[in-house]
Write a protein that binds this ligand. Structure first.
Ligand SMILES: NC(=O)c1ccc[n+]([C@@H]2O[C@H](COP(=O)([O-])OP(=O)(O)OC[C@H]3O[C@@H](n4cnc5c(N)ncnc54)[C@H](OP(=O)(O)O)[C@@H]3O)[C@@H](O)[C@H]2O)c1
Length: 324
């Protein structure tokens, strides 16, 4: 099969087509003929050499796919050859075929094609797990996501809104702030012009925000503590401005904040299966109804994975997708 490999750590140009054997599904796995795959920021980190695949995962990048089941192990759950699925994979998505634990696959939401379906797993699993399970966002609470027009941000805005939160987002331009508002954000702050702490304090009558999803880190750590409400929960999913910072922890104590974080990729299939079950029950109906939808910026052929990474690292809104 054709796959895209990382020939050496470096920029987008190190991604190159190669020929690999079609993977063979183990007992609990299905083999999927990939029709579309999502491109995510963690793929860039892996390409640069900073995010190695967990033990046992393919070295081929790609964390989400959609396609057709073409073979299955004996214990791979209800899937039959010919079924259309979308799946969260621990690697190997940039390829014509990929294997995945059957419990980490979901049916396509009603009315979805393979491209839209492949745009779901990485951001929907991540947002569900961190915002709803880990931070316990409740209807009527307020929610702030940084990077509002990222794949993660566009998903987080829509899901938080759909589940009854007041939603705030930050983004790096007026146009991106408009996109955040179109997706349902009650307030979008252009962080280049405005202080998000002051903006969310004003919007909450001085109370601050109940839940913050942060991918920025660096100086945002201190500022998130300032922006948070008493008993606020802050979930860290990346550190685009760096993981090391001098922080005034007094607010953590005085406001009884919870600051936590997680990474999804290395978690075992059983953990991911629990998220898949929640998504199928609570979110798939919203996707079918059109209440929530992935935001897709560009679709490129698999062979142009390097160009897809250039787009991901330049200005984009939502997801970049590859098709086979
Ligand atoms: N922990 C996990 O399990 C997990 C899973 C998936 C993704 N992630 C992380 O979540 C983040 C988003 O992923 P994605 O695929 O959605 O990425 P993406 O679409 O490439 O978005 C990255 C966003 O970060 C913002 N940004 C970049 N540098 C910034 C800075 N210095 N200050 C403020 N904002 C900055 C950009 O917004 P502006 O243009 O508005 O600045 C952009 O929207 C990535 O860092 C990724 O590694 C973590």
């Amino acid at each position: 099969m054709t796959a895209i490999e990382i020939t050496r750590p470096g920029g987008p140009e190190v991604l190159a087509p190669t020929t690999r054997p079609v993977p063979v599904p183990k007992d609990r796995e299905i083999l999927v003929k990939v029709r579309a795959a999502g491109v995510n920021r963690p793929d860039s980190l892996q390409r640069e050499g900073g995010y190695p695949p967990p033990p046992g995962a393919s070295d081929i990048p790609g964390l989400e796919i959609a396609g057709t089941v073409v073979a299955r192990g004996d214990l791979a759950g209800p899937w039959q050859v010919g079924d259309a699925v979308t799946a969260l994979v621990a690697g190997g998505g940039y390829a014509e075929y990929a294997v995945v634990d059957g419990s980490n696959a979901l049916p396509l939401p009603d009315g979805y094609d393979f491209i839209k379906a492949a745009a779901l797993p990485e951001t929907f699993f991540t947002v569900w797990s961190n915002v709803f399970d880990r931070a316990g966002l409740q209807p009527g609470e307020s929610f702030l996501v940084h990077g509002g027009t990222s794949g993660i941000g566009t998903t987080a805005i829509q899901l938080a809104k759909a589940f009854g939160a007041t939603v705030f987002a930050t983004a790096g331009s007026a146009d991106k702030c408009r996109v955040c508002r179109d997706l349902g954000a009650d307030l979008a702050v252009n962080y280049r012009d405005e202080d998000f702490v002051a903006a969310v304090k004003q919007a909450t009558g001085g109370k601050g925000v109940d839940v913050i999803l942060d991918m920025v880190g660096g100086d945002y750590i201190d500022r998130n503590y300032e922006a948070a409400a008493v008993e606020g929960r802050i979930v860290q999913i990346a550190f685009l401005r760096g993981p090391k910072q001098t922080v005034n922890f007094t607010r953590l104590m005085l406001k009884r904040l919870t600051h936590t974080g997680s990474t999804l990729r290395a978690r075992d299939p059983a953990f991911k299966a629990r998220i898949a079950a929640s998504l199928e029950e609570k979110v798939w109906p919203l996707l079918a109804a059109g209440t929530v939808a992935p935001v897709i910026d560009a679709v490129l052929p698999l062979a142009q994975a390097a160009e897809a990474h250039r787009l991901l690292e330049a200005d984009h809104v939502g997801k970049i997708m590859l098709t086979t």
